[in-house]
Design a protein around this ligand. Structure first.
Ligand SMILES: *Cc1c(COP(=O)(O)O)cnc(C)c1O
Length: 381
């Protein structure tokens, strides 16, 4: 079979991951069958672990990466269940749906934690974070979501990480929706552990997720309570150190796709890739404002990856109908994740560029016209 002769329909995904992938990444999954215990496969994983550290500019002497088979939420689970010493507390900085998920994980394991809540459309208050850390010497772990994908707000991880370190805590950051997009410097950004997933910034398929973090802190966590059999960080790390592979069966084909995706990441280049996502983001804003749509998050606080849009106040507006119209034409839009407001989201992830956004707005505008939604769209305030 000649791989290049396979034609796959190209869909433009404007949802917050999985993202649109290149054909070369799709086809990289088609490989001869291989048992993942073979040294050939082990060496593929070894190189991948190094590359994952390199993407966030980590010193390979200090940082390592540990791979897990699952979606992004799995590595949130791993970091929280594995990195809290006995009798200590986690502080979750919470201004959105993904940090609320971290709180749910703490609740699920019965981990002592503080849910420090801020409004979903506001940046967390650093003074309040410092006050909380000062008041409670039992806090050992500070957890922050970099880009709150539910709204698109960018949290000040470098400052929060500095506060965590000032009070002898580790800084754990959910970078799942920024890794391999928004440039991250793991050391300068005061990150001890961050997380990523193959289907977002790397533009591969779902099924492989990573923790990137400090080797000495993983070693130290050996003596912490092990709260999960399958998804404990130390246990998985130990297996990688001893045998160079996951404890249990890895997602073989996704690994091959992700190897190709990493190759394409380095070929495009960190700055060029981020510049592309930003121009896609600008094109989304431009298209929306031409139609009169309004944002939920202040423009200067948006990370550049997710635009959250308020539903217009129009009896003919029906998100599902608009979605279906666009979907049938190869464009996927996504509902919002804010309990108190009706919103939808358009994201700049994936192997897409400005032309795709222009094509999308032609289809989206036709959808509004078809269902007789007023243009420009109407709001009451
Ligand atoms: C996508 C995402 C996750 C993980 O979601 P999964 O559906 O489990 O892959 C976690 N945190 C953030 C910020 C995300 O954007």
């Amino acid at each position: 079979m000649e791989k290049n002769s396979i034609k796959v329909k190209r869909n433009i995904l404007l949802n917050p991951g999985p993202a649109t992938t290149t054909d070369t990444v799709k086809l990289a999954q088609v490989v001869p069958d291989i048992c993942p215990r073979e040294t050939e496969f082990v060496s593929v994983m070894k190189q991948m672990r190094k590359d994952l550290v390199k993407i966030v500019h980590g010193d390979p002497q200090v940082y390592t990466s540990v791979l897990f088979c699952g979606s992004g939420t799995l590595v949130m689970d791993v970091c929280l269940n594995s990195l809290l010493p006995e009798g200590k507390r986690a502080l979750v900085i919470n201004n959105g749906a993904y940090s609320s998920r971290a709180v749910e994980i703490c609740q699920f394991y019965g981990l002592p934690h503080i849910n420090l809540e801020f409004p979903y459309d506001q940046l967390p208050d650093l003074k309040e974070i410092e006050h909380t850390l000062k008041e409670d010497p039992d806090i050992a772990l500070v957890y922050t979501t970099h880009n709150e994908t539910g709204t698109g707000i960018l949290n000040p991880i470098r400052q929060i990480g500095a506060l965590a370190h000032k009070y002898n805590c580790i800084s754990v950051v959910d970078t799942i929706s920024t890794y391999a997009m928004l440039p991250i410097d793991i050391e300068k950004d005061n990150i001890d552990f961050c997380m990523a997933s193959s289907q977002k910034g790397l533009m591969s398929m779902t099924g492989l997720s990573f923790v990137i973090g400090k080797k000495d802190l993983i070693e130290r966590s050996r003596d912490y309570p092990q709260r999960s059999y399958y998804s404990n960080l130390y246990r998985q790390h130990e297996h990688f150190e001893k045998y160079g592979e996951m404890h249990f069966t890895p997602p073989v084909q996704i690994v091959y796709a992700t190897v190709q995706a990493i190759k394409e990441y380095f070929m495009e280049g960190e700055d060029a890739k981020w510049a592309r996502h930003l121009r896609v983001f600008e094109a989304i804003h431009e298209g929306l404002s031409e139609l009169g749509f309004r944002n939920v998050i202040k423009r200067q606080w948006q990370a550049g990856l997710v635009v959250t849009v308020r539903y217009p106040v129009d009896p003919n507006w029906d998100f599902t109908k608009i979605h279906d119209y666009c979907y049938e034409r190869g464009f996927t839009i996504y509902p919002g994740k804010i309990a108190s407001a009706d919103t939808f989201r358009l994201c700049s992830l994936g192997a897409i560029d400005v032309e795709d956004i222009k094509d999308f707005f032609r289809v989206f505008t036709a959808a509004l016209e078809t269902f007789k939604v007023s243009i420009p769209v109407i709001y009451n305030d």
